[in-house]
Design a protein around this ligand. Structure first.
Ligand code: ADP
Length: 624
């Protein structure tokens, strides 16, 4: 079990910013985790939710197996270090470090004669103990000589070390660091990175470090979590993120200069796959990469081709089978110490950055021929922007017959009928019957029976050997295209085997045949949170003791005093604060709350709402 678990976290700020969207990840004890992404992607929101300074809108945070959503910040045993140090200017370094300890209370159990705890005695930490701890930590952070100085007599680096010392001295279970080095100059930042890393190795507790700086993420992390607009792009070790970026965003976020992206078309010829560039150069995909290549539907289509500046040679390389020639015009060069960076134009709007040895020294305007290391080439689907090598693929089963009965979508697949409960996640109003597309990611297929899932049976038609796993292709009845998923190599499975695949309800998505979504991406069942029940009941004037269920459908907006609900008795009336109003297939998916609520409610309205013009709504909520 991981030490910290984030499960399906959503954060909606008042005013409608969906800062975190359906994010799940885990942090192991002792791991140095870096949350990285451009400004505004939700990094600080995450730290604040973990520290308890910000409410989680939906989802759970677990620490050491216990849900901590409702635990008071001071009881979470978390230390935080901020960019602006937050030191007390009137206290000395010593007093700043000792401050938290002086306030800390220790609880000592008082037992009776039978050894049972009867009460707790609270006391402060003894002065001598505080002194010992402060000095020990000061020593670790090389602050001993500065203990009697005030913060204004310190350099930026020293101030940040005091902030670290203050976090460290309290001996908490988790350390959160929010852009701690952004105020320091480049040289100090490099130094402080080392200080923080060695501190982490020393205390062996989880550090969660937030930064927008890809270099910090690469150099410090055991595990990197890349965020963009509140959505996880990739989780992995620095090497995985750098070598195997899962999409164009990650590919171009890391590295300086970052990966160059150019256009090509993926083609097949006599069993070999190649990419043809805009200047007709052909880049052959080496055989071991073909092994990883899974999305055959991309053959014949346009792709985005990515190379890092270090992936070229100017002289003939040893393993020539891993290289293809690429040529273009040099239009820029810059000395980068031991190497020269050149920019080469392959075709209009298609430029690459290339590091070459200084002695090659081409002139601006020269045509240069390069051996491109195709074993390191990345290919991306221009539409989804996802890598088409070895990553998760979304499988879509098109034109599936469905009908709606009162509580389920019933759809038929592999000559079997499957039910998906409506209300599990929001379903926009759709016809009572027709055709839809069902999709899920390969990684969410499992062969072990799981509750709340759809099961699909089929026959294994191909087992494709990849580096450390097998891709299993399964033919299902009534479908031409096989489904596939990955299985670790120690799980034996053979061509001809019958298999049943399970996909949890949470991971299934439905789209109309034109691909407009039918389900929301996240759980938004209107379960009123425990601590909101009293407030909601009061606001809606609900007297019964029943569990309250606020329906998503049938909610109306009362626009003016004259709007009279036809059957007044069938509706609760409520004044609502509009948190967000998403256009949903011509309808509106509304997120709202009643003043004072911690959580939020949702409704599907059959009209458009502009939340800027209507920040407060009067709603009629059906009682049924
Ligand atoms: P980062 O730390 O990655 O720069 P934040 O977590 O601070 O990003 O913010 C994520 C998003 O949430 C941004 O769009 C930001 O404007 C918004 N946001 C942050 N705090 C609030 C708040 N208190 N109210 C409304 N929106 C907020």
């Amino acid at each position: 079990m991981a030490y910290i678990e984030f499960h399906r976290i959503n954060k909606l700020y008042e005013g409608g910013v969906h800062a975190i969207e359906d994010v799940s990840f885990e942090i192991e004890k002792g791991q140095f985790t870096v949350l990285v992404g451009p400004s505004g992607c939700g990094k600080s929101t995450f730290l604040r939710m973990l520290a308890g300074l910000e409410e989680v809108t939906t989802g759970t945070i677990k620490m050491d197996g216990k849900i901590i959503n409702e635990v008071h910040p001071k009881d979470r045993n978390i230390s935080m270090v901020f960019q602006n140090y937050a030191l007390y200017p009137h206290l000395t370094v010593y007093e700043n470090i000792a401050f938290g300890l002086k306030l800390k209370k220790i609880k000592t159990p008082i037992t009776n004669e039978a050894g049972e705890v009867v009460r707790y005695k609270t006391s402060s930490i003894p002065k001598t103990e505080i002194d010992e701890k402060v000095k020990e930590v000061a020593e670790k952070l090389e602050l001993t000589a500065y203990l009697s100085r005030k913060p204004k007599q310190l350099s930026g680096g020293q101030k940040q070390r005091v902030a670290l010392a203050r976090a460290l001295v309290r001996n908490n279970d988790v350390f959160l660091l929010d852009e701690p080095l952004s105020n320091l100059d480049a040289k100090l930042r490099v130094e402080m990175r080392k200080v923080i890393k060695s501190l982490h190795q020393n205390v062996k507790k989880p550090f969660i470090y937030v930064t927008h700086d890809q270099v910090e993420a690469m150099t410090m992390a055991d595990k990197i979590i890349v965020l963009k607009l509140g959505v996880i792009q990739q989780i992995g070790s620095p090497k995985e993120i750098y070598d195997e970026p899962s999409n164009l965003f990650v590919a171009t976020f890391f590295g300086s200069p970052s990966m160059s992206i150019i256009d090509g078309t993926l083609l097949e010829e006599k069993g070999s796959l190649y990419v043809e560039l805009k200047n007709n150069d052909k880049l052959y995909i080496p055989n071991d990469l073909i092994n990883e290549f899974l999305d055959y539907s991309m053959v014949g289509k346009e792709v985005k081709v990515g190379f890092r500046p270090t992936s070229y040679r100017v002289s003939k390389p040893e393993h020539i089978e891993h290289y293809s020639m690429i040529h273009g015009e040099v239009f820029y060069k810059e000395l980068f110490g031991s190497e020269t960076l050149i920019k080469v134009k392959i075709a209009e709007g298609n430029n690459i950055d290339v590091f070459i040895p200084n002695d090659v020294n081409p002139k601006i305007g020269d045509t240069i021929e390069l051996y491109a290391h195709t074993a390191k080439m990345k290919l991306f689907d221009p539409t989804s922007e996802r890598s088409i090598f070895g990553t998760t693929k979304t499988l879509t089963i098109k034109n599936v017959d469905y009908k709606i009965n009162d509580k389920n979508i019933v759809f038929s697949l592999a000559s079997k009928s499957h039910t998906y409960p409506i209300g599990k996640r929001v379903i926009t109003s759709i016809e009572k019957s027709g055709k839809l597309n069902v999709s899920f990611d390969t990684e969410n297929i499992t062969l072990e029976e799981i509750p709340d899932s759809v099961s699909i049976t089929g026959k294994v038609v191909l087992v494709k050997n990849l580096f450390n796993r097998n891709a299993i292709f399964v033919e299902i009845k009534d479908r031409k295209e096989p489904l596939f998923f990955y299985l670790s190599k120690d799980k034996k499975i053979n061509v001809g085997d019958d298999v049943t695949m399970y996909v949890g309800y949470d991971y299934i998505n439905f789209h109309k045949v034109d691909n407009t979504p039918i389900l929301s991406r996240y759980d938004i069942v209107n379960e009123v949170k425990e601590n909101d029940i009293a407030l909601v009941k009061k606001a809606l004037k609900i007297r019964s003791n029943d569990n309250i269920k606020i329906p998503l459908m049938g909610v109306r907006v009362i626009t003016n005093r004259k709007t009279i609900l036809t059957n007044k008795e069938e509706f609760y009336k409520a004044k609502a604060i509009c948190l967000n109003a998403e256009d949903y297939n011509g309808n509106t998916l509304l997120y709202y709350k009643i003043k004072g609520m911690k959580g939020y409610l949702t409704a599907i309205l059959d009209k458009k709402i502009d939340m800027v013009k209507q920040p407060i709504l009067k709603l009629g909520i059906p009682k049924k």
